[in-house]
Design a protein around this ligand. Structure first.
Ligand SMILES: [Ca+2]
Ligand SMILES: [Ca+2]
Ligand SMILES: [Ca+2]
Ligand SMILES: [Ca+2]
Length: 275
């Protein structure tokens, strides 16, 4: 027994020693590799990785203030309305106007693209033609081209409607541009679900009238998306303000200010997914 345990001891000692040697060798290799790895990192990369200062401490660094939001990097509250720049953008307000102004309701450079779209897409909200190709940012978005590059390729647009959430969202090149409450069909007249595309854009339309128990003349901004059973539209609705609750005869009701921008954005062929 004693001899056997002695042998065992020797075995473990030798095994342990070879393991230790292995780790020493491995450790040596790893530490030998380190100086080579760090010497291959260019010094410029290291300094670029350093955070850019937020001089006024409002939560946006100086570069973002100068190039994206066009706010004062030395003044936390650029428009002097009592709310700092970060708070305003976070809640969807323009940090450049003391009057409460929603970013999606202002187009600072009058190029047809709301400030909120420009910020989300990384465009210059004070330059109507960010990529300098002769076409305005708004026109490029409307026509489905990239406002950040002179490349004439087509950018994918997508509209999604959630019946459970009573919400509509739309995206450009995978970037969410807006999201808001809508009213879809009531239980007896449900909005059809599935994958559709915009078939027609109709500036004004009459809903109801003779033979119906409702009449909504001169309804603005109508996006026809299917003829399944009946003709269904995503359209403005001026006769109620219950967005977020089912209200319609099967169409998708949208508040006028939201619908005006969505109508401008959508093209015949834009994909619509309703679930
Ligand atoms: Ca700042
Ligand atoms: Ca402010
Ligand atoms: Ca604009
Ligand atoms: Ca352009």
């Amino acid at each position: 027994m004693k001899k056997a345990s002695f042998k065992k001891n020797i075995f473990f000692k030798l095994f342990g020693a070879s393991l230790a040697l292995f780790f020493v060798a491995f450790g040596f290799q790893a530490s030998a590799a380190e100086p080579i790895a760090s010497s291959t990192v260019p010094k410029a990369t290291l300094s670029e990785a350093e955070p850019i200062a937020d001089t006024d401490g409002d939560g946006f660094n100086d570069q973002v203030e100068l190039t994206l939001y066009h706010t004062d990097p030395l003044k936390a509250d650029t428009d002097g309305d009592g709310f700092d720049d970060f708070q305003e953008v976070y809640h969807g307000y323009s940090p450049r106007h003391a009057e409460p102004t929603k970013l999606n309701a202002i187009d600072s450079d009058a190029d047809g693209a709301a400030d909120s779209w420009e910020i989300r897409l990384g465009l210059d909200l004070l330059n109507p033609d960010t990529d300098g190709d002769g076409f305005s940012d708004g026109d490029e978005i409307d026509q489905g081209h990239d406002p950040r590059s002179a490349d004439a390729g087509t950018i994918e647009k997508f509209i999604t409607v959630s019946l459970a959430g009573q919400e509509l969202a739309y995206s450009f090149n995978g970037v969410l541009l807006d999201r808001f409450a809508v009213s879809t069909g009531v239980r007896s007249m449900p909005t059809p679900t599935g994958e559709f595309s915009i078939l027609d854009k109709v500036p004004t339309k009459v809903y109801g009238g003779t033979g119906y128990d409702f009449y909504y003349p001169n309804t603005k901004w109508n996006l026809h998306f299917t003829t399944k059973r009946l003709r269904y539209y995503i359209h403005g609705a001026y006769w109620h303000n219950n967005f977020g609750r089912p209200m319609s005869h099967g169409c998708v009701n949208v508040a006028y200010p939201n619908m005006e921008r969505l109508y401008q954005f959508a093209q015949v062929g834009t994909k619509v997914e309703i679930s």
